[in-house]
Design a protein around this ligand. Structure first.
Ligand code: 5GP
Ligand code: ZN
Length: 113
């Protein structure tokens, strides 16, 4: 999608600290990290939120979750991590391109804020 900031990051139009990418996904450091390790994993396909997935996205979504453990290892996270996806207004989704936050390197509270 031409005016989507995350699509522009995935296509290298906007610079960011990409830590991993392949034909399906892109993973890069969050601009405003909330933990010692905070990266965002996006599908290269523009999907606005989890509300907008279709049946054909099942494999892609499974692939994203499957790759989390590789990214955790790559980033040197030990002792646990959190995977978060904010969707829609109440969850304060600020960028309308579906993404997983992968956070680690500190203890997290529960319930989340
Ligand atoms: P959301 O609030 O939608 O769940 O998360 C969006 C995330 O994207 C935020 O954590 C924010 O810091 C991050 N973000 C917004 N714009 C940029 C950007 O241009 N580059 C990077 N690397 N992260 C961004
Ligand atoms: Zn996009």
């Amino acid at each position: 999608m031409s005016d989507c900031i995350f699509c522009k990051i995935a296509s290298h139009e906007i610079p960011s600290e990409i830590v991993y990418e392949d034909e399906k996904i892109c993973v890069y450091k969050d601009l405003s990290p909330q933990a010692p390790v905070h990266v965002l994993m996006i599908p290269k396909k523009h999907i606005e939120s989890l509300d907008d997935v279709t049946e054909e996205d099942q494999e892609l979504l499974g692939y994203m979750l499957y790759k989390v453990h590789d990214i955790v290892k790559l980033m040197g996270i030990e002792n646990g991590y959190r995977v978060v996806s904010n969707n829609g207004e109440d969850a304060f989704q600020t960028v309308k391109h579906m993404h997983l936050h992968i956070l680690g390197g500190r203890k997290f509270g529960w319930p989340p804020g």
